[in-house]
Design a protein around this ligand. Structure first.
Ligand code: AMP
Ligand code: MG
Length: 399
């Protein structure tokens, strides 16, 4: 039996970085950037007006200016502005040659072919968006490992990066095992239950940036499971199974992993998820989660989410971990326990409570939870006011 920290080290020692691939810009959202991005040009590429108004020379002392032309966005008109003249400009239009400031139309008055400027203290640069104000040519724009969100993809688009170098999504296979399992659309017969783990793990893999290349269900049958596992080992970077890692005579995943792969640990000093099994076969890592739905999700959250993020080179692989204060009494177990909880900011302090019964079959213990509360192993009850660590899985509740 390994401590969770040691389990994590063993898993990480066996991970491979995903290769970089090029994807179309339009498909790059929420992917992890694979290379650093250096600006090939200034962005924006020309000085432009930030208002509809008149481009002028700021130091011109007279309020009367002759209008010498119009400059709208999208082209460059052959206009030059001097002392005594002004050019009409729209937002986003290039600043005409000779002009160094824009007077918003609201501060002007039209008098036939002249404009009267009602603006004292005009300074060069007023209402002008300079060249390269966002990004200067040659500067480092984005580091590898950043997740491409709205701002990042906008910068990539603005600088002309299409396609975009991203880390390949780790290819993940998911296998639910158990004779009792039926598909969600089926009506379970006597002794049967619907397979939920497959869908929980698919959601968790997607959030962690992985690509589910196969997801299915298998009966507790040695030959059929062997065939499926062999195929997944050949096709996937990561294979996740649920069920069949305990001590029952139909718990076949553990013996199959021993047969088909190198098993690195078979039990973790953690609750839920003690029988979690980790193995490798060639370049593929395999994780056998226990079948209880909470065990599978917690095991994924603690070990696989960081692993998938590391494989993609994410700059931050872990969720924020905070010191919080327990609001209620908690009875510890003989193992480090990851209880589902709610962390809230109350009177300037971070307080934590659990979501009720923590039975590992109770998926509803996740509903409303925004944290995993790390309850150290022990025998003495933790009293309200005790400090503990919390892994934040969602936003803090502000009360
Ligand atoms: P096992 O780890 O195979 O002994 O399963 C432990 C418990 O989890 C049993 O009550 C199973 O019925 C349940 N279980 C196993 N796999 C699933 C699944 N895919 N979806 C929901 N419950 C499951
Ligand atoms: Mg089973």
């Amino acid at each position: 039996m390994v401590h969770p920290d040691e389990a994590r080290s063993i898993i990480f020692a066996n991970l491979k970085r995903s290769p970089v691939e090029l994807v179309p810009l339009a498909a790059a959202a929420w992917r992890v950037l694979g290379e650093q991005i250096v600006a090939p040009d200034d962005h924006p590429p020309f000085a432009a007006s930030t208002m509809d108004g008149y481009a002028v020379v700021a130091e011109d002392p007279s309020p009367w200016r002759e209008i010498v032309g119009r400059q709208t966005a999208g082209h460059v008109a052959p206009i030059e502005v001097h002392i005594g003249t002004a050019a009409w400009v729209t937002t986003g239009a290039p600043i005409p040659a000779g002009a160094d400031a824009v007077v918003p139309v609201e501060s002007t008055e039209l008098a036939e072919d002249h404009v009267i400027i009602h603006s004292d203290g005009l300074k060069p640069g007023d209402y002008v968006r300079p060249v390269g104000v966002d990004i200067a040519r040659g500067s480092l724009v984005l580091q590898p490992g950043v997740t491409i969100g709205p701002a990042e993809i906008g910068l990539l688009a603005g600088l002309g990066f299409d396609p975009v170098p991203v880390s390949r999504r780790p290819r993940v296979g998911i296998l639910s095992t158990g004779n009792e399992l039926v598909d969600p659309r089926a009506t379970p017969g006597p002794g049967q239950i619907r397979d939920s783990n497959r869908f929980s793990l698919e959601a968790a893999v997607a959030e962690a940036g992985g690509e589910v290349v196969w997801s299915g269900r298998g009966a507790d049958d040695m030959d059929a499971l062997r065939e499926t596992l062999n195929r997944l080992i050949a096709d996937c970077d990561v294979v996740l199974t649920s069920g069949g890692v305990s001590m029952g005579d139909l718990d076949l995943i553990k013996p199959l992993l021993l047969e088909l792969a190198d098993v690195h640990f078979r039990r973790v000093f953690m609750k839920p998820g003690k029988p979690l099994t980790f193995a490798t076969a060639g370049q593929t890592i395999l994780v056998g989660f226990p079948g209880n739905p909470v065990s599978a999700i917690v095991g994924f959250e603690v070990f696989l989410r960081p692993a998938l993020r590391w494989m993609q080179g994410c700059e931050r692989i872990d969720r924020p971990r905070l010191r919080v204060v327990l609001e209620e009494q908690v009875r510890p177990s003989d193992r480090i326990e990851m209880q589902r909880g709610v962390v809230s900011l109350r009177n300037g302090a971070l307080a934590a409570r659990t979501t009720g019964s923590q039975a590992s079959s109770r998926l509803s213990s996740f509903v409303g939870a925004n944290a995993l509360l790390e309850i150290p192993a022990g025998t003495e009850r933790l009293q309200p006011g005790s400090p503990i660590n919390a892994i934040l899985t969602g936003p803090i509740v502000v009360e």
